[in-house]
Design a protein around this ligand. Structure first.
Ligand SMILES: Cc1ncc(COP(=O)(O)O)c(C=O)c1O
Length: 419
C-alpha cells in the first residue's frame, strides 16, 4: 500500500509521515514511488499500442520525470523551460511534443534545434514557425491542435475544448490549416486535441473523436500520411472518494471509435495521449503543521501551507481529502475549516471537514496533491517554497530542497540611488 494508517500514524509506504515531518520540517510534499509505478503500469497495460506523453506541467520535479521517462513514455511540454527539464529527465527527443498557444520566437528556435514535434495551436502560429524554421534551415514535423468544440463537463477553468476557449483551431478551419502547412512545405504528421482536465465522463473523449471524425480521411486525400492522432490528457482522478475512470476504461471507450476513424486509411496512425494528473495526482501528500486552532464564527485550523503551495482549492474550489497524520485512529468529532497563512480570505485549503479534535502541533495531510500542486506554487507573501521528498519502500530522498529566505532575494536588485 502506498498510503496506510499504522497505530494512528500515516505511513507513506514504509515511512512515517510524523517522523519525516519531524526530521525535515513542514510544509512538505511527499511522493510515493510505488503509487507512481502503479499509475504508469496501468497506462502501459491499458494502451500497449499507443504512445503516452507525460504532461510535464502537472509535476515537473526531475526525479519524478526521470521515473516516468524510464517507462519509455514521451513528454508533453508547453515552454522551453519544460523542454529543458524533459531533456534532463531523459525523455527521447523524438518523444517530445511541444504544445502551446503563444510560443515565443526563442522557444520555437530551441524546439526546432532540439528536433521535437510541434503542436501548432493556430493558423497564425504557422507564419511564426515558418519564418524561424527557414532561418534555421529546418522542416519541422507538426500537428495542429484542433478544437472540436465539445463540452468536457469539468470545471470551466480547466475546460479547453469549448468553442470559446483560447486553445486550438476551430474544427471548421482544420483543413485550411493543413493546406497552408503543405503550401509552406511543412510536414504535417498529426492531429491533436485536448479538451479539458479532470474529466470523469468518458463520453467526452468519444464526442471529441466524433468531432474530428472525417478529418483523417480528408487529410489522406490531400496526400498527408498521418503518423498519429493525439487525444490529449485530461483523465480525472478520484479526489472525493466517489470513483474515477481508469486508463483501461478510457482505452475501452476510445479504441473502438479510434479504430473506426482510422480503419479506412492506407497507413494507420498511432494513438497518442498526454495525461498528467492521472499519472501523478494521487501519488503525493502535502504535510502541513497546525500553528493554531482558532474559535471564531467557525472553527479554523491554521496551518503552515497555504495557496502559495497548493492553489487548486482557491483557484478552482477543488476538493482534497485531508486527515490528521498523527491521529489516524481517532474518532472524527469536530468540524473544521483548514486555512493557510496567506493574507487573502480565499486562502482556504479545505472547508467544513469532520476531523478528530485538532491541537496546535498536529500534522495535517492533504491527499492527491501530486498534480498541479508544487508545480503551481509561488513565493507569495514572502514564503520560500517547501521541500519535496520521494519515498521508495523504507528509503526516502529529498528531491527538491526547501527554499530559504535567500531565495526570496535571488535575482532582486536594489538600484544604487535607493541606498
Ligand atoms: C495540452 C495539454 N495536454 C495535456 C494536459 C494534461 O492534462 P491532465 O493533467 O488533466 O491529464 C494539459 C493540461 O492542462 C494540457 O493543457
Amino acid at each position: 500500500m502506498a498510503f496506510s494508517s499504522r497505530e494512528g500514524t500515516l505511513y507513506i509506504e514504509e515511512v512515517s509521515a510524523v517522523e519525516l515531518a519531524r526530521e525535515l520540517g513542514t510544509p512538505l510534499y511527499v511522493t510515493s514511488k510505488r503509487k507512481l509505478d502503479e499509475n504508469l503500469k496501468s497506462y502501459r497495460e491499458a494502451f500497449p499500442d499507443a504512445l503516452v506523453f507525460y504532461s510535464v506541467k502537472a509535476n515537473d520535479n526531475l526525479a519524478i520525470m526521470k521515473i516516468v521517462s524510464s517507462y519509455g513514455f514521451g513528454a508533453e511540454i508547453f515552454s522551453n523551460g519544460e523542454l529543458y527539464l524533459a531533456l534532463l529527465a531523459g525523455f527521447e527527443r523524438s518523444k517530445i511534443l511541444f504544445n502551446g498557444n503563444s510560443k515565443s520566437p526563442e522557444e520555437i528556435r530551441m524546439a526546432l534545434r532540439t528536433g521535437v514535434v510541434f503542436s501548432v495551436d493556430s493558423i497564425e502560429e504557422l507564419d511564426n514557425l515558418f519564418e524561424i524554421a527557414n532561418e534555421e534551415g529546418k522542416t519541422p514535423q507538426i500537428a495542429f491542435r484542433i478544437n472540436p468544440g465539445v463540452d468536457p463537463k469539468t470545471h470551466p477553468k480547466v475546460a479547453t475544448g469549448l468553442r470559446e476557449s483560447k486553445f486550438g483551431i476551430p474544427i471548421e478551419r482544420a483543413q485550411e490549416a493543413y493546406e497552408k502547412a503543405l503550401k509552406l512545405r511543412m510536414k504535417p504528421i498529426g492531429i491533436h486535441f485536448h479538451v479539458g482536465s479532470q474529466i470523469l465522463d468518458l463520453s467526452v473523449y468519444e464526442a471529441a473523436l466524433t468531432g474530428i471524425y472525417d478529418l483523417p480521411a480528408r487529410l489522406e486525400k490531400m496526400g498527408i500520411d498521418l503518423e498519429f492522432i493525439n487525444i490529449g490528457g485530461g483523465l480525472g482522478i478520484d479526489y472525493t472518494g466517489s470513483g474515477a475512470p481508469t486508463p483501461k476504461e478510457l482505452a475501452n471507450r476510445v479504441k473502438p471509435i479510434f479504430d473506426e476513424i482510422t480503419s479506412g486509411l492506407k497507413s494507420k496512425p498511432k494513438l497518442y495521449l498526454e495525461p498528467g494528473r492521472s499519472i501523478v495526482g494521487n501519488t503525493t501528500v502535502l504535510l502541513t503543521r497546525v500553528n493554531l486552532v482558532k474559535n471564531a464564527y467557525k472553527k479554523f485550523i491554521a496551518v503552515d501551507a497555504g495557496f502559495n503551495l497548493l492553489i487548486r482549492p482557491t483557484l478552482y474550489g477543488s476538493y482534497h481529502r485531508v486527515a490528521v497524520a498523527n491521529k489516524m485512529d481517532k474518532f472524527e468529532e469536530e468540524t473544521y475549516t483548514i486555512v493557510g497563512p496567506i493574507c487573502e480570505s480565499g486562502d482556504i485549503l479545505a472547508q467544513d471537514r469532520k476531523l478528530p479534535k485538532v491541537e496546535r502541533g498536529d500534522l495535517i495531510a492533504i491527499f492527491d496533491t501530486g498534480a498541479y500542486g508544487f508545480a503551481m506554487s509561488s513565493q507569495y507573501n514572502g514564503r520560500p517554497r517547501c521541500a519535496e521528498v520521494l519515498v521508495n519502500g523504507k528509503r526516502w530522498d529529498i528531491i527538491r530542497e526547501r527554499e530559504s529566505i535567500l531565495d526570496l532575494l535571488a535575482r532582486q536588485r536594489i538600484p544604487e540611488w535607493l541606498f
